[in-house]
Design a protein around this ligand. Structure first.
Ligand code: ZN
Length: 162
């Protein structure tokens, strides 16, 4: 059975950046189980997996930023007033929170700098602007159940348990 929209796919992967640093992985003991074609993986990786079957492997797949977490957006790097945060909030670099952007969407931000008056925040994904390199192996492909399609995710081992 080949990977396509509506299949439950089990993969292991190793993700590195352009400098060869390991960013993330899922090994064969604790693989990633996901519903294909629903945007649960970055678009470039879903495209590469499309049509593969159990046992297939690919090494050093190169995924450009626009097919991964997008380019770095300067408009998501902002300086806001300290007073915009609750007075009792402990605002420090690394703190993450959700805020509305100009387009009206909720967006996750990370605090990157704090002074007495101002707070620098960055809404870019930590991997924005990065070219990603994946080694992948497909361990299983099956049809999604009707319930999985309705929920939009995989159930069972490695998937949602509910
Ligand atoms: Zn579910």
């Amino acid at each position: 059975m080949n990977i396509g929209k509506g299949k439950i796919v089990t993969i292991s992967y190793l993700l590195k950046n352009g400098a060869g640093e390991e960013l993330d992985k899922a090994d064969a003991k604790e693989p990633l189980v996901y519903l294909h074609g629903m945007g649960q993986l970055v678009p470039g990786l879903e495209k590469e997996l499309d049509g593969l079957k159990a046992g297939d492997k690919k090494a050093k797949l190169e995924i450009a930023p626009e097919e991964a977490y997008g380019d770095m957006r300067e408009d998501l790097r902002l300086t806001v007033k300290r007073s915009q945060f609750p007075a009792d909030a402990e605002v420090q670099p690394g703190m993450r929170f959700w805020a509305n952007t100009d387009d009206g969407n909720q967006h996750p931000f990370t605090v990157t700098g704090v002074t007495d008056e101002e707070v620098e925040i960055d809404g870019n994904h930590p991997l924005a602007g990065e070219t990603l390199f994946f080694d992948i192996e497909v361990h299983g492909v099956r049809d999604a159940t009707k319930e999985e399609m309705e929920h939009g995710h995989a159930h069972g081992e490695g998937g949602h348990q509910h």
